[in-house]
Design a binder for this molecule. Structure first.
Ligand code: SAM
Length: 294
């Protein structure tokens, strides 16, 4: 069974990037009345306590969401929307509860939209089911204790022909790096007009560097537009255990989108420089944004 538990990392810089992109994408898609299907292949527990045992073990949120909420300068719109989403789950100015992708999405969805959440880890799935039950969302939200790479295929194409898929594995199993492009290839065949959002870690591993290249190549082959956003908060090696006082941690991550809303690129162009500045841990911090038409 997996050892990765998202509770250790909730609200870190990777979550800030991922959830900022998720919110901006959803906001655009929800401008249309027709029902939207949201598929979350790797849902996690849904809600996390930032003052709980897991989160305080690493305190990654202190260098992530906490810095956004504490920012004194006005935030770019996409970051403001992210901060508002987190604040909606908290009283007061600090975040004690962090909403994962299921709760971020559900808060924005309308009654006729649908959210399918896949989570394979037994205790995270149990926590997710408990958290979702409290929403009393009825048929709007379904939790599946299934392999997300497999389970989502059966929902595509969706009846209303509108879907957003978030694929957010932990990549602790090396095969995730191969399963992600295989899934994208399959869903693009099943439902070419879906919006597909994939998160990945930018770490010193050949598979991690190869992944965006593979995603770009297969998206271009399918004749679809893509957008690729990256956020780096520190150098890969410089921060690794310096003086023993700091855990190495993840230096950077990326979001790759297929069929991105046209509003996403300008929104991220405004938000990413500020995000990199606010979350910088050393002089290697930076951001990237590139895209290509179909
Ligand atoms: N998407 C969540 C969020 O943004 O709040 C975080 C997800 S976390 C990075 C990845 C999750 O995927 C973990 O909770 C892990 O237990 C789960 N997982 C790992 N492999 C899986 C699989 N094949 N299918 C479904 N869930 C899986």
């Amino acid at each position: 069974m997996f050892s990765y538990r998202h509770a250790f990392h909730a609200g870190n810089h990777a979550d800030v990037l991922k959830h900022t992109v998720l919110i901006a994408t959803l906001q655009h898609l929800l401008n249309k009345e027709a029902a939207l299907l949201v598929l979350d292949t790797h849902a996690g527990a849904g809600l996390y306590r930032l003052d709980g045992d897991y989160a305080s073990t690493s305190a990654e949120s202190a260098d992530g969401v906490a810095r956004i909420l504490a920012a004194s300068a006005p935030l770019a719109q996409a970051l403001q929307d992210y901060a508002d989403a987190v604040r909606a789950f908290n009283r007061g100015s600090a975040a004690r509860v962090y909403p994962g992708s299921p709760f971020i999405a559900q808060r924005l969805l309308r009654a006729h939209d649908r959210l399918k959440l896949c989570e394979l880890h037994p205790s995270d799935a149990r926590a997710l089911e408990g958290n979702v039950a409290q929403l009393e969302a009825g048929r709007q939200v379904a939790v599946l204790r299934e392999d997300g790479f497999e389970a989502v295929r059966k929902f595509l194409p969706p009846p209303a022909r509108r879907a957003l898929l978030l694929c957010d594995p932990s990549y602790e199993i090396k095969s995730d790096y191969a399963r992600v492009p295989a899934l994208l290839q399959e869903v693009l065949k099943r439902f070419p007009t879906g919006v597909y959002a994939i998160w990945y870690p930018l770490i010193a591993r050949p598979e991690a560097h190869e992944l965006p290249r593979r995603l770009k190549a297969l998206t271009a082959k399918a004749g679809k537009p893509w957008l690729h956003a990256t956020l780096t908060v520190k150098g890969g090696k410089a921060a690794a255990g310096a003086g023993g006082e700091r855990r190495p941690g993840l230096p950077a991550s990326g979001m790759f989108l297929v069929n991105p809303p046209y509003t996403l690129e300008p929104a991220l162009r405004a938000a990413l420089p500020q995000l990199a500045e606010l979350l910088a841990q050393d002089r290697h911090a930076g951001w990237g944004l590139e895209s290509a038409g179909g």
